[in-house]
Design a protein around this ligand. Structure first.
Ligand SMILES: C[S@@+](CC[C@H](N)C(=O)[O-])C[C@H]1O[C@@H](n2cnc3c(N)ncnc32)[C@H](O)[C@@H]1O
Length: 287
């Protein structure tokens, strides 16, 4: 089982395991959330995609004072071992907080409920939304995989994931991601492309380095807001009617035209039925 060794080590010596991109990234993401989430009389719903040992989510157990805030925290990870480890780390952190010395000066303890779910973010139907969705290292991990996602037209995980994540964010809510594989510009491009209803909100500065006259960062943290009027579930775009295009669409079989058919379905009778194609192909046609 993945996370088997981490669970054993945690049970033996209480070591929580790898903190991806270090404590500093957790602190930066938590500080961003504190600055940008409006205080609420009801619990703020926070989801971490690929929650691992849960240390990022569990940073919401406390807030910089003066006022506590209620949170409902959800970790989703496809590894049952991660869900188990998250629950164990939660228990230990709550116990530690009973000891006042563990609390940073000015921090307050929040009323928090947690759930640790086992689920596949690329394939499972998750019919819920959250106020804030977090990703630290999960998009990076998924993007390394070349296994096509059959449930999403055999496209690569790196293409499918942004659409999937957008569906989990409440309209007007936030998606906050820290990545080490993608630059800030690449992250923005991938999470605001056509069919992904996000708008860039802000980014969090990290230490930078310069090489050959260029300035770079090893890690970037980028925030997006979920468009209020975006599609509730992002699917490949429908083409405009042929009469509205300046040149005809290629007609023929997928093999003849090079067009990959991902999915076809009936649309409501308010509009004619169009061919549903990969947006990357659509963009190459003059419409
Ligand atoms: C690099 S780790 C990051 C863990 C955690 N976010 C952190 O910062 O410590 C990536 C996590 O994503 C999970 N993961 C990868 N693909 C997933 C998928 N399709 N659905 C759910 N979880 C996934 C892995 O099990 C792993 O725990």
């Amino acid at each position: 089982m993945v996370y088997e060794r981490e669970n054993r080590v945690f049970d033996d010596i209480g070591d929580e395991g790898e903190v991806w991109f270090g404590e500093e990234s957790v602190d930066k993401m938590r500080a961003w959330a504190h600055e940008n989430l409006e205080p609420s009389a009801t619990p703020i719903r926070v989801l971490e995609c690929g929650s691992g040992n849960g240390t990022l989510l569990l940073s919401f157990l406390t807030s910089p004072g003066p006022d506590p805030q209620q949170f409902h925290l959800t970790g989703i990870d496809y590894s049952a071992g991660a869900a188990k480890l998250g629950a164990s780390v939660e228990k230990a952190r709550r116990e530690a907080l009973e000891d006042e010395d563990e609390l940073d000066e000015d921090d307050v303890i929040n009323p928090v409920t947690c759930e640790w779910r086992v689920g596949d973010l690329l394939r499972d139907d998750i019919d819920e939304t959250w106020d804030l969705v977090l990703d630290k290292g999960t998009f990076d991990a998924l993007a390394l995989s070349q296994d096509p996602v059959a449930e999403a037209g055999n496209r690569l995980p790196s293409l499918v994931y942004p659409e999937r994540v957008a569906r989990l964010v409440k309209p007007g809510g936030f998606f906050l991601i820290t990545s080490c594989n993608f630059t800030e510009e690449e992250t923005k491009r991938r999470f605001t492309r056509e069919g992904v209803p996000f708008t860039f909100h802000s980014s969090v500065p990290h230490k930078s380095f310069s090489f050959g006259g260029k300035v770079g960062q090893t890690v970037c943290t980028v925030a997006f807001t979920r468009d209020a009027d975006g599609p509730t579930n992002a699917r490949p775009q429908f083409l405009a009617p042929e009469s509205a295009r300046s040149s005809p669409a290629p007609i023929g079989t997928p093999a003849q035209t090079g067009v990959k058919v991902l999915e076809s379905r009936w649309v409501p009778p308010v509009a004619p039925l169009y061919l549903c194609i990969d947006v990357s192909v659509a963009r190459s046609w003059p419409i």
